[in-house]
Design a protein around this ligand. Sequence first.
Ligand code: ARG
Ligand code: MN
Ligand code: MN
Ligand code: MN
Length: 311
Amino acid sequence: GDLGVVAVGFSGGQPKAGVDAGPAALIDSGLLSEISNELGYRIHGDQQVKLYKELVPASDPDYRGMKNPRTVSAVNKQLASQVYEHASQGRLVLTLGGDHSIAIGTLAGSAKAIRERLNRDIAVIWVDAHSDINTPETSDSGNIHGMPVAFATGLAKDDNEEYFGWIKDDMRMSVKKLVYIGLRDVDSGEKKILRDNGIKAFSMFDVDRHGIGRVMEMALAHIGTDTPIHLSFDVDALDPMWAPSTGTPVRGGLTLREGDYICESVHQTGQLVAIDLVEVNPSLAATEAGAQETVRAGCSLVRCALGDTLL
Ligand code: ARG
Ligand code: MN
Ligand code: MN
Ligand code: MN
């Protein structure tokens, strides 16, 4: 098949330096060559990481409590059109982040392209320790990587073009087609949003109770067969034992096998249209080995989503 690669060296959705080096670390470890040589994809798009420096405005004051709002908005607007281009041509889109704010752009791009090309609404499987569904008003941190789902679904909106006002209705996804897996650090304002909107979520409690196999059956049943799937995978969904090198690690997470299993079963549906792999920050591990482990885990997840099998 054809794969559109978007490598987003961007860290403006959160305060820690280094996550902008995530895509280069994944690519340098051989991810793209494995994908083309071993999995047989034709790769289009970024072989080099984009840093989007030219999009950073001279001044970017807080707005509705959001930090770096114009920068994050401008980068995501550009990213949405890149993802849209690939998806419009029928390519599976792989976006390597970068912090999770970049899902504002990837979801906007794939929602619009799939609507036009297949006349279908995308479903989103969001694998994360966090629900990233704060609105600017519910967020305690002001970090936009905690808000992408709110902007993608229209729970958060702004009329001003410079502050995500470029996100139009045809770029949005429905909260009904959203499923979370791996949650364990959800802010109280976010819990209320999840409840009020009846959003489907499988926390680590559910993974422990049912096992990952049953959780995936239930998650896929919720979104329905014959629905194009956008998989947005935050590496912090994995336990820090497997992925220590990330900005907001939370103990008690998925094993690497559970993460791989999620990706394998999404691949098996044959409905995958886009994958994001985000929040790999090679500079945060206590040891160089920890950074390497995190990069290896990220590569493993992506390979599984692209159809690599154990046998
Ligand atoms: N809920 C917290 C916040 O809104 C943490 C978000 C972490 N998000 C992430 N993509 N790692 O600031
Ligand atoms: Mn997270
Ligand atoms: Mn928290
Ligand atoms: Mn996240």
